[in-house]
Write a protein that binds this ligand. Structure first.
Ligand code: SAH
Length: 233
C-alpha cells in the first residue's frame, strides 16, 4: 500500500516535470512571437533555467494544480492572480538579473515571481498588502527551500527603504503612474518593470532604467492586464 502510494507520487512528480518542460517551450515560443515589441528574441539562459525549475504547482491552490503549467494566469484567492508564466519570465529578463543582485518585488501574491527571481539573484525582498496571501506565500516558499526571500506585509507604493537601493524592482500590480519612492530606491543603472495604466483599462508593461545622474529612461514594452496596485491607507 505504502509502496503503491510512493510510486503514484513519483509518477505525479515526473508528470509535473514534463509539463514544466513543455511550459518552457511555450514561453520560448511566445518570446519569439513578441520579439518585435520586447526586443528580446529568446529567454536568457538564467530565466529559462529558473522557469524549468520552480514548482509552480506548489504555489497555486490545490484545486488549480492540474492547470499550473499552462501559460496562463490563475486565481489564487482573495480576488488576486498568479501572473502568466510568460509575463513572469519577461519581467525577470527585463531587469537583466545578475547573481549578485538584490531585487525588490511589489505584490508577492503566490510567491511565484519571487521564486523565479530567487533562483537567479542573491536576495529578493517582496511586499504584499494582503496579509493572508503574504503569510501563505512565505510558508510555501520556505517549504520549497528558498532561504533568500524575505516577505513583508505592507504597502508597496512606499517600497522598502531599509533594504534599498535595489539593483532591480519588479512590480506585479498595475499603478496609474510610477511611484516616486520606487524610482528613488533603484540603484543608478538599476531597472524596474511596472505595469502602468488604469485598473481594468489599457496598461503597458513599462521598463524604467535609472541613470547615473538620478534621472531615468522609460520604455513601454507591451500591453498587459494586471490586477490593480491598491493604495495603502
Ligand atoms: N507576483 C505575484 C502576482 C501577484 S498579483 C505572483 O507571482 O503570484 C498582485 C499582488 O499585488 C496581489 O497579491 C495583491 O494583493 C498585491 N498588491 C496590490 N496592491 C499592493 C500594494 N499596494 N502593496 C503590495 N502589494 C499589493
Amino acid at each position: 500500500m505504502v509502496l503503491a502510494l510512493l510510486v503514484a507520487d513519483d509518477a505525479g512528480a515526473q508528470d509535473f516535470a514534463a509539463q514544466r518542460a513543455r511550459l518552457v517551450a511555450e514561453v520560448e515560443a511566445t518570446y519569439a512571437e513578441t520579439r518585435a515589441l520586447t526586443g528580446l528574441a529568446a529567454m536568457s539562459p538564467r530565466v529559462r533555467a529558473a522557469l524549468g525549475k520552480v514548482e509552480r504547482h506548489r504555489l497555486v491552490p490545490t484545486g488549480q494544480r492540474s492547470l499550473a503549467y499552462r501559460n496562463h494566469p490563475l486565481p489564487i484567492g482573495l480576488g488576486q492572480t498568479i501572473s502568466q508564466p510568460y509575463i513572469v519570465a519577461l519581467s525577470a529578463d527585463l531587469i537583466a538579473p545578475q547573481t549578485q543582485h538584490v531585487v525588490l518585488e511589489v505584490g508577492t501574491g503566490s510567491g511565484y515571481q519571487a521564486a523565479i527571481l530567487a533562483e537567479i539573484v542573491s536576495r529578493v525582498f517582496s511586499i504584499e498588502i494582503i496579509e493572508t496571501l503574504g503569510k501563505k506565500a512565505e510558508q510555501d516558499l520556505k517549504q520549497l527551500g528558498y532561504a533568500n526571500i524575505e516577505i513583508r506585509i505592507g504597502d508597496g507604493y512606499q517600497g522598502w527603504p531599509e533594504k534599498a537601493p535595489f539593483d532591480g524592482i519588479v512590480v506585479t500590480a498595475a499603478a496609474p503612474r510610477v511611484p516616486e519612492a520606487l524610482i528613488e530606491q533603484l540603484r543608478p543603472g538599476g531597472r524596474m518593470v511596472i505595469p502602468v495604466g488604469e485598473p481594468g483599462g489599457a496598461q503597458d508593461l513599462v521598463l524604467i532604467t535609472k541613470r547615473a545622474d538620478g534621472g531615468f529612461e522609460r520604455r513601454s514594452v507591451l500591453p498587459v492586464r494586471f490586477v490593480p496596485l491598491v493604495p495603502g491607507k
